[in-house]
Design a protein around this ligand. Structure first.
Ligand SMILES: NC(=O)c1ccc[n+]([C@@H]2O[C@H](COP(=O)([O-])OP(=O)(O)OC[C@H]3O[C@@H](n4cnc5c(N)ncnc54)[C@H](OP(=O)(O)O)[C@@H]3O)[C@@H](O)[C@H]2O)c1
Length: 323
């Protein structure tokens, strides 16, 4: 089968597409013919050897995909022909991938492979952040940084679905236009406007929640604009630097800063994770949430797909069409 291979840590352009043997499903695993895979920012970090977890090279990157089951190990919940999607640590940017049956979900009727591949990681991340970590309530002002990106736009969609008031902040009019089309009530172009002042103005000082997958120079002004007793959720540092926040701000405003990581959340909070997953699956199956796919690339151009994400050009999800 053809697969993208990271032979040594480096930029996307160092990736190669080559023929390798298809993986063999172990007991409990599904062998899936991948139709679509989705790019996540951590893929860029993983191939550069800069992610929290270092995968020994060579490996095939890619952490979420959708496709058709072609073979199974013993004791799986899906049989050949089933349309499934799911996430893994690596291996999705290939014609075949293995997935543990317990990590696979059926693709709802009416949803195509690309939408299913685009749905997993970012929507789960955003939903746990909003529902379990920030515990948003209807009509709360929720400020979302990097709102045009994968996690950001998923957070916009879900915060809108939860009937909160969404203030989307991003770096370009094009990204903000997509946020408005998807239900954001107000927007801030944080590379052209004063983030702290505009959050205060637009929410009248009542920002209850900040969702931050960006970090860098955006976090502190956003945190300073959070209303008293609000919650700041730190999800990632796509801007490349981890901000250092003066702790007195937390004290003076009585706010809470919490982190959430998708890899550990279900282990730490199994009941919340199960409830969130069930609610999210229902919204997806009912068609209440449809991921926005901003760009698509063939498998042979996987490097360009990762470059698109690395250079801040992605709007919503970037898909790699495999079959
Ligand atoms: N906590 C978790 O469990 C979890 C799960 C998935 C992802 N993440 C993290 O969440 C972050 C976003 O992931 P994603 O897949 O949504 O990525 P993405 O689609 O690339 O979105 C990242 C956003 O960050 C902003 N950004 C600001 N400076 C940037 C820079 N120098 N380079 C790239 N982007 C920059 C961009 O928005 P503007 O141009 O509008 O500023 C971009 O839309 C990453 O740090 C990722 O590791 C965390």
């Amino acid at each position: 089968m053809r697969a993208v291979i990271c032979r040594s840590y480096g930029p996307p352009e160092d990736l190669v597409v080559d023929e390798i043997s298809a993986p063999v499903p172990a007991p409990g695993e599904l062998l899936v013919r991948v139709h679509s895979a989705a790019v996540n920012f951590p893929d860029v970090l993983l191939i550069a050897g800069k992610y929290q977890v270092r995968i020994p090279t060579p490996f095939t990157p890619g952490s979420e995909f959708a496709g058709e089951v072609v073979a199974t190990g013993e004791g799986t919940a899906f049989g050949p022909g089933a349309r499934v999607f799911g996430s893994v640590m690596t291996g999705a940017f290939a014609e075949m991938a293995v997935l543990h049956s317990a990590s696979a979900a059926p693709i709802p009727d009416g949803i195509d492979f690309a939408e299913a591949a685009a749905f997993g990681v970012t929507y789960r991340t955003a939903y746990h952040a909003l529902r379990s970590i920030a515990q948003v309530k209807e009509r709360d002002w929720v400020v979302i940084l990097g709102a045009g990106g994968g996690v950001g736009l998923a957070a916009v969609d879900l915060a809108v679905a939860l009937n909160t008031r969404v203030l989307a902040a991003a770096s370009s009019p094009e990204k903000l236009e997509v946020c408005r089309r998807r239900g954001a009530e107000a927007t801030i172009d944080y590379d052209r406007e004063d983030l702290k002042l505009r959050i205060r103005e637009l929410t009248d000082g009542n920002a209850r929640v900040i969702v931050d997958p960006v970090g860098g120079r955006y976090s502190e002004p956003a945190l300073r604009a959070l209303g008293r007793g609000g919650t700041f959720v730190t999800l990632g540092y796509a801007a490349g630097t981890i901000p250092a926040i003066p702790l007195n701000l937390v004290l003076l405003k009585g706010i809470t800063i919490r982190g959430m990581e998708i890899r550990t959340f279900a282990g730490d909070y199994p009941a919340d994770a199960a409830r969130d997953t069930a609610e999210l699956s229902q919204m997806f199956a009912e068609g209440k949430i449809r991921p926005h796919i901003g760009a698509r690339f063939p498998l042979a151009e996987a490097a360009a797909a990762l470059r698109h994400v690395a250079e801040r050009r992605a709007i919503g999800k970037v898909i790699i069409d495999v079959a």
